[in-house]
Design a protein around this ligand. Structure first.
Ligand code: HEM
Length: 153
């Protein structure tokens, strides 16, 4: 990692506004995609903002998802019962990789780290989605943090 890089991925991507652009471009792709659009049948515009706020916190920015949107538990619960297939997860990753190319700074290391997070996170979403809505997930702990070295302890 270069010393010129900001300490957090949040700063490196360009903050919450950049994550909003990423989220908007990504969902434009999702809603136009025949494999994913049916999964997002209940999509509303707040979803774009909530994903941006989640990513801001994961990447070391403001803690608004924990403070205002229910934290880690709420995020996991949102995926219960979706029965996400591996094919759908891979399509999700393809569309996110395209959004990253279009919206994030042209920095290969930064893009790789961000996509590493999505690869990790989508596997958890797929896993959780196999359990029915309302399943008690216990206390999942704080929202994970992802940095230049991956998952931070
Ligand atoms: C790192 C991976 C992921 C992140 C960060 C993420 C983030 C989120 C967030 C923040 C919400 C709550 C939105 C809200 O409150 O409005 C949500 C809900 C949802 N996510 Fe994900 N998600 C991920 C993976 C996936 C995958 C792989 C799928 C399906 C292929 C998926 C499908 C959905 C659906 C269908 C909802 C509910 C939408 C609704 O309420 O209309 N997510 N996700």
């Amino acid at each position: 990692m270069s010393d010129q890089r900001p300490a957090t991925l949040f700063e490196a991507v360009g903050g919450t506004d950049a994550l909003r652009r990423l989220s908007r471009t990504f969902y434009d792709g999702v809603l136009a995609d025949p494999l994913l659009a049916p999964v997002f049948a209940d999509f509303t515009a707040t979803h774009i903002e909530h994903v941006a706020v989640w990513l801001a916190e994961v990447f070391g920015g403001p803690t608004a998802f924990t403070d205002e949107l229910g934290g880690h538990q709420a995020l996991l619960r949102a995926h219960l019962g979706l029965a996400i297939t591996e094919e759908q997860r891979l399509r999700w990753m393809e569309l996110m990789a395209e959004a990253v190319r279009r919206e994030l700074p042209d920095d290969a290391e930064l893009r790789r780290r961000v996509l590493d997070y999505f690869d990790w996170g989508t596997r958890i979403a797929e896993d959780v989605s196999a359990s029915p809505a309302g399943t008690d997930l216990g206390e999942p702990g704080p929202i994970p943090h992802w940095g230049w070295e991956g998952l931070e302890k």
